[in-house]
Design a protein around this ligand. Structure first.
Ligand code: NDP
Length: 277
């Protein structure tokens, strides 16, 4: 049987995902003669759907809300997906359904690209303790950060990250103190604050060191008020679109056997779509 050349994103709803745009661009660019589709699948139908991926002609799939935990439970996860407790990418490996969480590498790779040497810092401050923050905290620990301070409006969720990942994770007060900001080499906004329709993130960057790097994973708008303030201070920054693009690389390579490049042209394609919506 010829290898399946299709993939999809499974969500409920699936309407807002940018994955078809990104993977569709790469499929044309690399001459993969298949389709990347959106599949709107209800939670109660998810297990049957992923159980029939091969029969539906899929080499694998992205998984978005609300299925990421079910995807983990229904597959053989790698270490990252297991550690984060959620899977966003599925692939068939000799008939076995496997999974990973590519938000971790998407975040790390976007910082590598936007601010080379960023991981020389030893102390990071992550704002937020939701689903995305979990992958980011794990990625920072994997890169060897000695202290990852996590400030979250609901303190119990920051405590839960320490319980999950260990003592290098340090729950911090919300709002963030000036002292903590002054010792962080990396600040990451992993809350939804600053996103269109949400309140802004109220954070005075004045105490930050001049070599600190500021990352925002929010990508609507592309340039958040936090990034604008960081750039005004002359700090290096990484935006949320970088993470979104880099997290897509691994799935494409697992499904189609080609490692795609995150290029300025791809960025422009997705930026234009974000601006138009
Ligand atoms: P979750 O709902 O899991 O977490 C939301 C986080 O934001 C929590 O820490 C929550 O705090 C905090 N928060 C929300 N509202 C407020 C508020 N008014 N004041 C203080 N804190 C607040 O969402 P995700 O982790 O999945 O996503 C977070 C953001 O990251 C979204 O904007 C999403 O679009 C973006 N994202 C970007 C990705 C990329 O590739 N660039 C990938 C994944 C997500 P609390 O726990 O107290 O509720």
């Amino acid at each position: 049987m010829a290898a399946a050349r299709n993939a999809c994103v499974i969500g409920w709803p699936a309407g807002h995902s940018r994955s078809p745009l990104i993977h569709g661009y790469w499929m044309r660019r690399y001459g993969i003669g298949g389709e990347y589709r959106k599949e709107a699948v209800r939670p109660e139908d998810f297990a049957a759907f992923v159980g029939s991926l091969a029969a539906r002609g899929y080499a694998g799939a992205n998984v978005t809300l609300p299925h990421k935990e079910a995807a983990l439970a229904l597959s053989r996860p790698d270490e990252r997906a297991r550690a984060v407790g959620a899977a966003n990418t599925l692939w068939l490996d000799d008939g076995v359904l496997r999974s990973t969480n590519t938000d971790v590498e998407g975040f790390l790779a976007s910082l590598d690209a936007a601010a080379p040497g960023w991981d020389r810092a030893r102390t990071a401050l992550v704002l937020g303790a939701g689903g995305a923050a979990r992958g980011i905290v794990f990625g920072l620990l994997e890169r060897g950060f000695a202290e990852v301070h996590v400030a979250n409006r609901s303190p119990a969720r920051a405590q839960a990250l320490r319980a999950r990942f260990g003592e290098r994770v340090m729950p911090a007060a919300w709002p963030v103190s000036r002292d903590l900001l002054s010792c962080a080499g990396l600040v990451v906004n992993a809350t939804s604050l600053g996103m269109h329709g949400q309140p802004p993130l109220d954070l005075d960057l004045a105490p930050l060191r001049s070599d600190a790097v500021v990352a925002d994973i929010v990508y609507v708008p592309l340039v958040t008020p936090l990034l604008t303030a960081a750039r005004a201070r002359g700090l290096r920054t990484a935006d949320g679109l970088g993470m979104l693009l880099h997290q897509a690389v691994r799935g494409f390579s697992l499904w189609f056997g080609v490692t795609p490049a995150v290029t300025p042209e791809l960025r422009h394609v997705v930026e234009a779509d974000l601006l138009a919506s």
